[in-house]
Ligand binder design. Structure first.
Ligand code: ADP
Length: 583
């Protein structure tokens, strides 16, 4: 597909027409001085004139801030445009320019699909613990103060290439990606998802950048705002800090390195502060993910400066990082040969230099959205079913409780194919109390299994183990009463292990396997809660659904009809499911 990629900044428009199959650029360039000498409309018109002979099938727009609204690339319509506009307060420099480009391009190319690709999208499903600033929750909510993260397009692109180069599935890898350009950020990618990133609500947080300070004590900002005023502080932190502010010789690392060699102490300090901050983040992200399998360096500095790479990667042997000095110095990456491994052959952690290509990633994402085949890995809503206490019976129990040769009759079908709630009910009798009218589920099984909640156990006076369905051996005893007789079971009473049913295709899409344990976070309601140890059960005959009991549903204040979505963002080997309450 031929995709025109547009990256509209406040003063320039970068553009490229790419063929998504081979990745080659048909044309490209930068139009400068947009805003004063010419409008965004003029700039886009000039680009379209240049591209007049090319059959542009899709336009991909880089959009810096997608706020809370966008987790994925989106086909642009008026509603999406409005939602991008709503994010302007979060990115006052970037989103208005992005929007101006979108509006001009939609006007001039009305018959072609336009797709917005967000810098923030990769990080949208970061765990809450990583997204959340420790601020007054009400104030944070009112102003949308949380960590969003940026450079997502680049981190995703280089992580994909790294996995491909290593012959591994991205979903098996823990990657620390360092995008070190004029803007710089680190990202922890676990199981293919961003679980941490160094830029926050704005691109000012985190690493030392060309002209931005990165991490600071907020007290510094308060002092500066008091002394210099807010505007001047903004200017100082965004445009006169970072490598430029530290070194006093500008923001280009090449110049700073030259000065440092000549003995300029400020230049030397700039280099060591930059490298130190990067190393600190690598260590932190290894801790966040419980280890690291690959470190990826990209961006102008990451791709080109062997000296900076060496400084960043020194003394990381304790993590399993071992740099091959010769390979590091020799590493040259390009669009044609985008990956260079600079680790020693036996190093446990692979360290890779990868040439980023944000435009190509944007083009491919845009083509995918335009084709309507959004990445199958995209989480889809998972319906949540709340299981009330119930009984499964075997043939013998049926005979005793309901009469010889009796059959279950369907009351209503259940969502799992072939399963049904029957019209038959039994009473449960325990040493302490009884529960009447417990629904029997059909069809009959090979062994009796009665599933109750912790509250029910209390009423009955029994301690039932938490078990997955079918594992009744050694479970608790219970007495069943039916209309035709009473049956004592020595075992069969369990508290069901909370679980998600899914098909093989679902499991593949979510990157999980039968037997995996995931975490499920319920958020957006009055009783946010994370369920640990949710069992994934995979069978092609299953329908996608999460099952919890009434106690669990009450604890999270969920009601029937709730739905959620599954993401991968927990440290350790666990995947995470995040459930969003259906409003
Ligand atoms: P942007 O974030 O603007 O896209 P780049 O990713 O192109 O920036 O990175 C630009 C920066 O990369 C330059 O400012 C410079 O500091 C650095 N850089 C590029 N080439 C080299 C090199 N050979 N050695 C050291 N630094 C380099």
């Amino acid at each position: 597909m031929q995709v025109l990629v547009i990256n509209c900044g406040s003063s320039s428009v970068k553009y490229k027409v790419l063929d998504t199959t081979g990745g080659e650029a048909r044309l490209g360039g930068t139009i400068e001085r947009v805003g004063d000498e010419r409008s965004h409309d003029d700039a886009i018109a000039a680009i379209l004139e240049e591209a007049a002979d090319l059959p542009i099938e899709v336009v991909g727009h880089r959009v810096v801030h997608g706020g809370e609204a966008f987790h994925d690339a989106q086909r642009i319509d008026d509603a999406v445009e409005a939602a991008i506009e709503a994010c302007v307060p979060l990115a006052p420099l970037h989103n208005p320019a992005n929007l101006a480009g979108i509006r001009a391009a939609r006007r001039l190319l009305p018959d072609v699909p336009h797709v917005a690709v967000f810098d923030t999208a990769l990080h949208a499903r970061m765990p809450r613990r990583a997204k959340t600033y420790a601020l007054d929750a009400e104030v944070a909510g009112k102003y949308g103060l949380r960590r969003y993260g940026f450079h997502g397009t680049s981190h995703a692109y280089v992580a994909d290439l790294a996995a491909e180069h290593l012959g591994r599935d991205l979903r098996d890898l823990r990657i620390v990606s360092l995008h070190l350009g004029n803007g710089a950020s680190a990202c922890a990618l676990e199981l293919g998802s961003s679980v941490e990133t160094s830029m926050g609500m704005t691109p000012l947080e985190g690493l030392v950048m060309g002209t931005r300070s990165g991490d600071l004590d907020p007290g510094v900002v308060l002092l500066l705002a008091r002394e210099l005023g807010v505007e001047a502080t903004d200017e100082l932190l965004n445009r006169r800090s970072g490598l430029a502010g530290l070194s006093g010789v500008g923001n280009d690392l090449r110049d700073i390195q030259r000065e440092a060699e000549e003995g300029n102490d400020r230049a030397r300090l700039a280099i060591t502060v930059f490298a130190h901050r990067c190393r600190k983040y690598i260590g932190a992200y290894a801790a966040v993910m419980g280890g690291v399998d690959a470190i990826v360096l990209t961006g102008g500095i990451g791709e080109n400066s062997a000296e900076m790479r060496r400084r960043i990667l020194q003394r990381l042997d304790f993590l399993g990082v071992r740099l091959d000095e010769d390979a590091n110095v020799a590493a040259k990456v390009s669009d044609a040969r985008p990956v260079a491994d600079i680790s020693e052959a036996h190093a446990r952690v692979r360290t890779l230099v990868v040439a980023t290509n944000e435009e190509l990633r944007i083009a491919r994402q845009a083509a995918k959205v335009a084709r309507g085949d959004q990445d199958v890995k995209q989480p889809r809503p998972i319906p949540i079913a709340i299981s009330a206490r119930h009984a499964h019976l075997d043939r013998k129990a049926m005979d005793v409780l309901f009469g010889e040769g009796s059959e279950l009759t369907v009351y209503r079908p259940l969502s799992q194919p072939g399963q049904f709630a029957s019209e038959q009910r039994v009473n449960l009798v325990g040493p302490r109390g009884r529960i009447e009218g417990v629904r029997v589920l059909g069809p009959l099984r090979r062994a009796c299994q009665v599933e109750v909640s912790r509250t029910d156990e209390f009423r009955l006076g029994v301690d039932a183990p938490i078990r997955r369905s079918g594992q009744v051996k050694g479970s608790a005893p219970i007495t069943l009463e039916g209309p035709k007789g009473t049956l004592h079971l020595d075992e069969g009473l369990i508290c069901a292990w909370r679980h998600i049913h899914m098909t093989t295709a679902d499991a593949e899409a979510y990157g999980v396997q039968d037997g995996d344990m995931v975490e499920v976070t319920v958020s957006g309601g009055p009783r946010d809660l994370t369920f640990g140890d949710v069992l994934v059960r995979v069978k092609d005959s299953y329908a996608l659904e999460m099952h919890i009991d009434t106690d669990e549903a009450n604890a999270a204040e969920l009601s029937p009809g709730a739905a959620g979505e599954l993401i991968y963002s927990e440290p350790g080997s666990k995947a995470t499911a995040t459930l969003q309450r259906k409003r």
